[in-house]
Design a protein around this ligand. Structure first.
Ligand SMILES: [Zn+2]
Length: 432
């Protein structure tokens, strides 16, 4: 089901014209109203009149996560504070949080983009959306909420945590659409099995999962354990929250809401814009937002774009599911690797459970990686020899696929901590 046929199936030329017009208006507004952006444009010698089409976006300066900390809390505000109706921030676990301030129109854009996202999972008025994303400053909960409300579906605003209650509510209110992090959906499936709950009693049909990078292997696990279709969704607080891009039923890349958020992929080292199909850092521009618009925001997320026609009929460019974040990238003895690539290899191995942790240490100037992974109870053994053999074969599989040396440690079933939000996959013990 396509929520907004007019915009989601626009011809490429018409779309480019619309994007160009919107970019021109945005730049004119930012130049006039936000001293930070004006200064940055002046430094690059670019004026609003220089922006005559979407291709001119390459003339504009980037905005980085470090800039976002510099402008904290509200220096990017492009409207009067009286016009702001809601504020969200990131968790700020790695420094000052980043801020998104929304006007009433921005909340409308958010609801629209999330309605498109939910419609990719065929969500309609007939559905019950069990929304286990956290409500609060985090954008996941309210983003799903606004989109589901716009569609007219029933929302269960359960938020995260208390898994036993989640399962009871899911069953009693016949939730059909599940929204949470992919790792939490697996945790729910595991808890259901432990309680002896028969998952066929549930009415779940589809899950929309995001807020952390995940692999095809994890998708297969979720789909088989919960007996649903699992779709990947993408967004970030700075840009709007969830709703920036999402997978359709083809499960072959996430359609970006391109009339609202303009994507580019750049070489993170040089800032050069890369052609379709080349991996690099995703850069996003909010074409219509009023409160705190983002101009060429460097997301630190690694992906590539593909423009081949999609069987769903939408024309919007697709971004490949996240390959990782520039800050999550591990460099193990000179080889670059993302946790999601390791996950993909692990989950192809029989008996390996989708619960793992990567411990990075520095020994004598060299980085070493320990992969702690759970085996299922059937294959876990108390016999050291058997364990060692499995550990060796997993390390060999990782080396064959990724060319990295690892130390694999099989751990007992259920010993890796479960998360109710974003899973913590990497423990970095390096003193840098
Ligand atoms: Zn599609």
């Amino acid at each position: 089901m396509i929520w907004n046929r007019q915009y989601e199936t626009l011809g490429r030329e018409e779309l480019a014209r619309l994007q160009g017009e919107r970019l021109g208006e945005l730049v004119t507004r930012l130049y006039a109203r936000v001293p930070f952006y004006r200064r940055r444009m002046e430094e690059r010698g670019v004026r609003p009149a220089d922006i005559t089409g979407i291709a001119d976006i390459a003339k504009l300066p980037f905005l980085t996560k470090d800039d976002m900390r510099e402008v904290y809390p509200l220096q990017l505000l492009a409207v009067d504070m009286d016009d702001i109706v809601e504020v969200h921030t990131s968790s700020g676990t790695t420094g000052k949080p980043v801020v998104d301030a929304y006007t009433s129109k921005d909340i409308g854009i958010w609801a629209e983009s999330m309605a498109r996202t939910l419609a990719m999972g065929d969500t309609s008025r007939a559905d019950v959306v069990h929304n286990a994303y956290g409500y609060g400053l985090f954008t996941g909960g309210l983003g799903v909420h606004y989109g589901a409300r716009l569609i007219g579906a029933a929302v269960i605003p359960i938020s995260g945590g208390n898994t036993a209650r989640q399962l009871a509510i899911l069953k009693d209110f016949r939730g059909t659409v599940l929204t949470c992090t992919p790792s939490y959906s697996l945790h729910m499936a595991e808890a259901a099995r432990e309680q002896g709950m028969d998952l066929s009693q549930l009415s779940l049909r589809v899950g929309l999962f995001g807020a952390e990078p995940w692999s095809e292997g994890l998708r297969r696990e979720i789909e088989s354990k919960l007996r649903i279709k699992a779709l990947d969704i993408y967004g970030l607080t700075e840009v709007i929250g969830p709703g920036v891009a999402s997978e359709c039923e083809a499960q072959d890349g996430l359609h970006v809401c391109e009339d609202l958020f303009y994507p580019e992929v750049i070489d993170p080292a040089t800032g050069q814009v890369l052609p379709d199909g080349a991996k690099g850092e995703l850069v996003l521009t909010t074409l219509t937002k009023e409160g705190t618009p983002m101009l060429r925001y460097r997301t630190r997320d690694i992906t590539y774009l593909q423009r081949s026609p999609c069987r769903c009929g939408r024309t919007a460019v697709r971004m490949h599911r996240l390959l990782g974040r520039t800050d999550d990238m591990l460099i193990i003895r000179g080889v670059n690797v993302f946790p999601s690539q390791i996950e993909e290899v692990l989950l192809r191995i029989d008996g390996v459970e989708p619960h793992y942790q990567l411990v990075v240490e520095r020994e004598g100037g060299l980085d070493s990686l320990e992969v702690q992974v759970e085996m299922n109870e059937r294959l876990f053994s108390d016999e050291i020899k058997v364990l060692e053999r499995s550990e060796r074969s997993i390390a060999e599989a990782l080396f064959a696929a990724l060319n990295i040396q690892t130390r694999v440690k099989l751990v007992e079933p259920k010993s890796i901590p479960r998360s109710e939000g974003k899973a913590k996959r990497v423990i970095d013990k390096r003193q840098l």
